[in-house]
Design a protein around this ligand. Structure first.
Ligand SMILES: Cc1cc2nc3c(=O)[nH]c(=O)nc-3n(C[C@H](O)[C@H](O)[C@H](O)COP(=O)(O)OP(=O)(O)OC[C@H]3O[C@@H](n4cnc5c(N)ncnc54)[C@H](O)[C@@H]3O)c2cc1C
Length: 453
């Protein structure tokens, strides 16, 4: 299909070329819509955007998918890149008080000696209960920190859970609801082949899928503009929506516009719009986001052969260490060992103003503490990326804050990961949300907003 055989003369503008924006754009371009995507950064892919290290295509932030991520798996099949997707055995460890413990099976938990035997059994029972629980609603009313202290006990919460909550949410660690943690445990427990956890990765990186969607949009007559920062949104008398780019006087008017930016960014883009309501604007700005810093390095030295290392030791200045080589094999990492280190931090954290080299230096010191045999001189390449809007805070009363997909501004939609609930964010949910918005546009249901939108 190309512009000459369009099934509709409707136009759609999409703000953001992450997986939500690319999916909306791809689906509607395939249906004959005239699609234009504006992406602020020089790259498509959003949080999944890639880069190259030693000639190997990688993601800036570590990414994998679960076997239950059907939407993205089906999309990869549809665009013809599923042959690049394969699932690998994962293994998880926990670093605590100077020692690395395997942390995958019930037997590993029974051997986790920092906890008393009673606390180990209790932790196993709590984990089992959360994996099987389906009625998550009551968990929205209690923080993970309080729930775990009550049901898993103070010691297990202190040793196992609090370091992970602090690493993931910084000073919001005692604000996040138990529902968020439940959804993480639930989805992860289901991505298994019998008892072995399986995680999916693409040969050539997720860039293969990102690039194929982009090319398919373009070959169906659409445009994907990178380095195009949208500064504000206005409306025409006939209800069509106009987007304005920041660094030039370019404007374009569309029948529908979909913003896939973080919620507070949409609040800024529409702050002067007469139809924006106080209620919706407050919802947009009341959702807090935190950022992340991620270091990637290649080395000739094998540091650890676990894939995932949870860091439960306050002396180590990061949340997680991942060995990509352990997950997808040495051939996928150019014959070297490739590691990711990650940490989540609030927007006022010093990482956002520090020299990247200094952050990497602190983190390498942390690695040396964990693995005394770690030899920095064997590092071949290293890089560090920061992300400002990496994760939203799912706190008590979150459901009331969630903005609807249809905004108060006619023909303007919002779709981002803050509207995914109770599931956590992820590539699969971005694809799911993108597909759903494409369907809403195709149905062209009437505005204004109802409670069901
Ligand atoms: C460290 C880390 C690890 C992760 N690991 C995994 C994982 O293993 N598996 C998984 O499934 N998910 C993972 N995720 C989550 C996953 O990356 C996201 O859920 C998903 O990419 C969200 O896609 P999106 O399109 O909704 O948002 P984004 O990817 O954030 O895309 C939004 C886009 O909008 C653009 N934008 C913003 N403002 C403007 C503007 N004014 N004008 C134009 N463009 C604008 C942004 O530049 C961005 O590209 C991880 C995330 C992080 C941070």
């Amino acid at each position: 299909m190309n512009q000459n055989t369009r099934q509709t003369n409707k136009s759609v503008g999409v703000i953001g070329a992450g997986y939500t924006g690319l999916t909306v754009g791809y689906r509607l371009a395939m249906q004959g819509y005239d699609v234009t995507i504006y992406e602020k950064s020089p790259l498509t892919g959003g949080l999944v955007a890639g880069f190259e290290m030693d000639g190997i295509p990688l993601e800036r932030a570590y990414h994998f998918i679960y076997t239950t991520d059907h939407e993205v798996i089906n999309l990869a099949k549809e665009v013809g890149v599923d042959q690049n997707l394969s699932f690998h055995d994962s293994n998880v460890s926990t670093y605590y008080d100077g020692k690395l413990y395997p942390f995958m099976t019930p037997l590993d938990l029974l051997r986790f000696t920092p906890l008393s035997i009673i606390d180990r059994i209790r932790t196993g029972l709590v984990g089992f209960y959360l994996q099987k629980l389906t009625n998550w609603k009551p968990l929205t009313q209690v923080t993970a920190y309080d729930w775990l202290n009550k049901w898993n006990g103070k010691k297990a919460t202190e040793i196992i859970w609090t370091p992970l909550l602090k690493g993931k949410f910084d000073h919001y660690y005692d604000k996040v609801t138990m529902c968020w943690l439940w959804s993480r445990i639930h989805v992860r427990a289901n991505s298994k082949d019998s008892t072995q956890e399986k995680l999916g990765y693409m040969t050539g990186g997720f860039r293969v899928l990102t690039d194929k969607m982009t090319t398919d949009i373009e070959s169906n007559g659409g445009n994907v503009y990178t380095s195009s920062d949208i500064s504000h949104i206005s409306s025409e008398d006939d209800g069509r929506v106009t987007v304005h780019t920041a660094n030039s006087d370019t404007t374009k008017t569309f029948d529908h516009v979909v913003a896939t930016t973080p919620s507070h960014v949409l609040a800024a883009l529409t702050k002067d719009h007469p139809d924006m309501t106080q209620k919706y604007a407050t919802q947009l700005t009341s959702i807090d986001y935190i950022g992340a810093a991620v270091m990637i390095f290649s080395t000739d030295q094998e540091i650890s052969d676990y894939y995932w290392h949870n860091i439960n030791d306050e002396r180590i200045p990061f949340l997680v260490l991942l060995s990509k080589t352990s997950l997808s094999g040495k051939e996928s990492t150019g014959g070297r060992y490739l590691y990711y280190i990650g940490d989540y931090v609030t927007h006022d954290h010093r990482y956002f103003s520090m020299d990247k080299k200094d952050i990497m230096s602190e983190w390498k010191q942390g690695l040396k503490t964990m693995f005394p045999h770690f030899d920095e001189s064997q590092i071949v390449s290293e890089e560090l990326f920061t992300f400002r809007n990496a994760q939203h805070i799912v706190d008590i009363g979150y459901e009331d804050k969630m903005p609807s997909y249809k905004t108060p501004i006619k023909n303007l939609y919002l779709a981002n990961f803050s509207q995914i609930f109770p599931d956590d964010r992820g590539i699969n949910y971005a694809v799911k949300e993108g597909e759903m918005i494409a369907q809403m546009i195709e149905k062209n249901a009437p505005w204004p907003v109802t409670d069901n939108d």
